[in-house]
Design a protein around this ligand. Structure first.
Ligand SMILES: [Zn+2]
Length: 142
């Protein structure tokens, strides 16, 4: 079944309904599991045990629990893959292809996005002037 079709059949949050046999490792607050809709083979996910939608709503203890499973997953994947990318997702915005609002980290072996932007176009380098302007704009946000 294709991912988009799966999303239409989904009635509950798939991360809140993980079965015991789908859990690779867990701790008090987070679960390491295999992605059901993998970007690449051995694509892992670290999800919170509770349905949480914003990372900053987690306590430091919960954030640490995430970090421990991310490090554990990376360590295991690096036995087989030289390159593993970590991608964090939160929020729910269908316009950008985001469909599950339960916070989660992707641990993706051999992900090849280095030369592409999010629209899969060739990435550009800012000119020095553009770069300074963008930093100035972001200072208003940060
Ligand atoms: Zn959930």
């Amino acid at each position: 079944m294709l991912y988009q079709k799966y999303l239409k059949t989904m009635k509950t949050c798939p991360f809140c309904t993980l079965e015991k046999n789908e859990i690779l490792k867990q701790n008090k607050y987070a679960i390491l599991t295999l992605a059901k809709a993998p970007y690449t083979k051995d694509h892992l996910l670290v999800v919170s045990k509770k349905h949480v939608v914003k990372f900053n709503s987690l306590t430091q203890e919960q954030k640490d629990a995430f970090e421990k499973l991310i490090c554990y997953g990376l360590k295991k994947l690096h036995k087989k893959y030289a390159n593993v990318s970590v991608l964090y997702r939160e929020g729910n915005k269908k316009e950008v292809g985001k469909s599950i609002d339960h916070i989660h980290y992707h641990l993706i072996p051999d992900m090849q996005i280095g030369s592409r932007d999010i629209n899969w176009k060739k990435r550009k380098i800012y000119s020095d002037k553009e770069y300074v302007q963008r930093v100035r704009e972001l200072k208003k946000l940060i």
